[in-house]
Design a protein around this ligand. Structure first.
Ligand SMILES: NC(=O)c1ccc[n+]([C@@H]2O[C@H](COP(=O)([O-])OP(=O)(O)OC[C@H]3O[C@@H](n4cnc5c(N)ncnc54)[C@H](OP(=O)(O)O)[C@@H]3O)[C@@H](O)[C@H]2O)c1
Length: 290
């Protein structure tokens, strides 16, 4: 039975991937910062159909990464796949974001991914097989306002994944970037990550940010893609003989990226970015709007 390490499995996409893959016969090691939260995952009826274990792992803590990897290798005899899913958001116009919070986000979204990948590679190389999945985002392909540093962490992840793909393919280890659009998870509620200064009416960006949040919320409510859709794509990337470098999930995300690819010159920036900017700046009370 192939073993899979998933980071950030306490909620959202990571939790769904853990259940989805366990149901399909993988030995799933669902890791989370606080493993005392494991109960709701382990008690889920879907977890009993396969083999699912919970281990503590904080992607910003190298020792916890090493411990989890050692445990999996000792128990399962190796690691077939790693799903770098853990990540945090940070919302607000750039000037309203705190440098410490930005670093914290990069520690989880980028450097944490690198540390987990560094820890599993010595076990995948001798096996001459393995799958490394990076949960990126449509925000790793197209920037947006109010999420500049989140997008920059995911753009960085895209560069890492694309380069690693070339380094590791000759060794039989395949790298895939999974790029969801908006999916309803705790990311949009308790883990939204709104910067305190962004919601302070004294911020020069307050009206624009609040308007962009309302627009984002409309997109969240209208989104039809589900965590199970992401888990199904992850399953595909783990089981396809030759997995793709990139998998995108969500109709709107696919459309936006296709437009960027096919529109000539700077037409995409003028049409798409122009629309996003107009929607945010039409807020009552915005500078220039009255
Ligand atoms: N939902 C979307 O619309 C969407 C779209 C595109 C991409 N994504 C990406 O998908 C991934 C999962 O997001 P989600 O939607 O499932 O959000 P979520 O429910 O907020 O899940 C994020 C998970 O990451 C964990 N985490 C945060 N920092 C960590 C750390 N230092 N070490 C270990 N785990 C940590 C959280 O654990 P705690 O419970 O301990 O906080 C949580 O389990 C993220 O990388 C996100 O950027 C999501």
């Amino acid at each position: 039975m192939d073993s899979i390490l998933i980071t950030g499995a306490s909620t959202g996409l990571g939790r769904e991937m853990a259940l989805f893959l366990a149901e399909r016969g993988f030995a799933v090691y669902a890791t989370m910062r606080d493993a005392s939260d494991a109960g709701s995952l382990l008690n889920d009826p879907r977890s009993s159909k396969g083999k699912l274990k919970v281990l503590p792992l904080d992607v910003t803590d190298t020792i916890s990464i090493q411990r989890a990897v050692e445990t999996i290798v000792a128990e399962a005899g190796g690691i077939y796949g790693v799903i770098n899913n853990a990540g945090i958001g940070l919302r607000g116009y750039f000037e309203d974001l705190d440098s410490q919070d930005i670093r914290k986000m990069f520690d989880a979204n980028l450097f944490g991914v690198m540390e987990v990948t560094r820890a599993v590679l010595p076990h995948m190389r001798p096996a001459k097989r393995g799958r490394i999945l990076l949960i990126s985002s449509v925000g790793g392909r197209i920037g947006s306002l109010g999420v500049s540093t989140y997008c920059s962490s995911k753009f960085a992840l895209e560069g890492f994944g694309e380069s690693l793909f070339m380094e590791l393919a000759p060794l039989g280890i395949r790298v895939s970037l999974i790029e969801p659009g908006i999916i309803k998870t705790e990311r949009w509620t308790i883990n939204r990550g709104v910067a305190p200064r962004a919601t302070d009416p004294r911020s020069p960006y307050y009206a624009w940010f609040m308007q962009s949040e309302r627009e984002a919320e409309k997109l969240v409510q209208a989104s039809t893609a589900t965590p199970a859709d992401v888990a199904a794509v992850v399953h595909q990337a783990l089981t396809a003989e030759t997995p793709k470098l990139r998998y995108m999930i969500g109709r709107k995300a696919k459309l936006a990226v296709a437009l960027r690819r096919w529109l000539p010159g700077d037409l995409f920036e003028r049409i798409y970015f122009g629309t996003v900017m107009r929607r945010a700046t039409r807020a009552p009370g915005s500078p220039g709007v009255g």
